[in-house]
Write a protein that binds this ligand. Structure first.
Ligand code: CO
Length: 150
């Protein structure tokens, strides 16, 4: 009886440890009709080989008026990625096709919508300077934050 209880406790402990690891690799971020993200920093664990990111648009405005995406690049590349994304237009989700500076990007969504992407971080430099942002025209000034690997 004592042995069974010990095993049960060990299994529960393992399940908790696993849940903890899984949680670190999943990120959720909200965007709004006020042209904001609810986070200005995202920190992920270097233990994660892949990150699953969900972008929610908790507003009501349609994508044509207040569209949001979530795009990741080196901070040094961000402004150029935004400029080229705006030039690429809505048909390309405001991301230049095959832009190698883009490390991850969701589609553009409107109010009430959500979208999820999974991307690898094994090739990213844990000491690197990365930024996430929205490339919808005019949004970069307000919709950006730092992305760190710890
Ligand atoms: Co936006």
């Amino acid at each position: 009886m004592k042995t069974i209880r010990s095993i049960t406790l060990i299994l529960a402990g393992l399940a908790l440890a696993q849940a903890g690891l899984a949680q670190d690799c999943e990120v959720s971020i909200d965007s709004t009709d006020r042209m904001t993200f609810d986070k200005d920093e995202i920190v992920v664990s270097s233990e994660c080989s892949e990150i699953t990111l969900t972008l929610n648009h908790v507003g009501e405005l349609p994508a044509q008026a207040m569209g949001h995406n979530w795009v990741l690049s080196a901070t040094a590349d961000a402004q150029a990625v935004v400029n080229d994304g705006i030039a690429a237009g809505m048909d390309n989700e405001y991301v230049k096709p095959d832009d190698e500076r883009v490390l991850a990007a969701t589609e553009i969504i409107g109010g009430g919508e959500s979208t999820t992407i999974t991307f690898g971080i094994d090739d990213l430099d844990p000491a690197g300077d990365y930024q996430f942002f929205c490339t919808f025209p005019g949004h970069y000034a307000l919709m950006k934050g730092s992305f760190r690997i710890e």
